[in-house]
Design a protein. Structure first.
Length: 215
């Protein structure tokens, strides 16, 4: 118990330090320019930045960048980093693995393997209709591919995450892969990219439970 408490305190301290630094980097930036570069919308009357994330609209107060509603801490952090780095680079719709990101040789390649393990776990004992319903509920866009199912999730307007799935058959277990757009390096660092990937796994698992594991 003591060890867990210590770990939680360290994690909270690390998050708080990064959160303060992320807000600091946004200080003095023009909100209209931030909105244009990130695909957000700036409501001048209410002084609020609105940004779509999957099936939700996030609202941040300007100039404090405080979130109006409670959200996952690490998602808030990646969002602040996204708003800071976004430069309006157009999406290329060319998929790359995490290991192909600028600094992804070690961290990203390792996460590519983690994703496959986590997606196989998610897909086990689930049928195609269930997976499609989960993905649809998160505003995914389905695309043609060599996989049994491929869906693009807009975690942020210019930051698509693609999940491709091969369902279980008599010979092979279910498998899944996750990809980013080739422009991902313009919007988030490798650490944040992995954070987004972890968040996507968490979100699809939680959404499945919400839709199919009701009490």
């Amino acid at each position: 118990m003591g060890d867990n408490t210590m770990e939680n305190k360290k994690e909270n301290r690390a998050f708080n330090e990064m959160y303060i630094a992320a807000k600091k980097r946004l200080e003095g930036k023009n909100p209209t320019e931030i909105a244009r570069n990130s695909g957000a919308e700036f409501d001048e009357e209410k002084s609020i930045l609105k940004i779509k994330s999957l099936d939700a609209i996030f609202e941040l107060e300007y100039p404090t960048y405080d979130m109006k509603e409670k959200r996952d801490d690490w998602q808030i952090l990646t969002l602040l980093h996204y708003l800071d780095l976004a430069d309006n680079t157009p999406i290329l719709s060319k998929q790359i693995k995490f290991g192909e990101l600028k600094d992804g040789l070690i961290r990203g390649a390792r996460f590519d393997k983690t994703v496959e393990v986590e997606l196989e776990r998610f897909l086990k004992n689930k049928d195609e209709k269930q997976v499609i319903e989960v993905f649809k509920s998160l505003d995914a866009k389905f695309i043609d591919s060599k996989a049994d199912l491929s869906a693009v999730f807009y975690i942020y307007p210019y930051y698509p995450v693609t999940i491709s799935i091969w369902f279980e058959d008599e010979e092979f277990p279910p498998t899944g892969k996750m990809f980013l757009d080739k422009t991902a390096d313009y919007y988030l660092t490798i650490e944040d990219a992995v954070g987004v990937g972890e968040l996507m796994i968490k979100i699809i698992n939680e959404r499945y439970k919400k839709l199919f594991c009701k009490k």
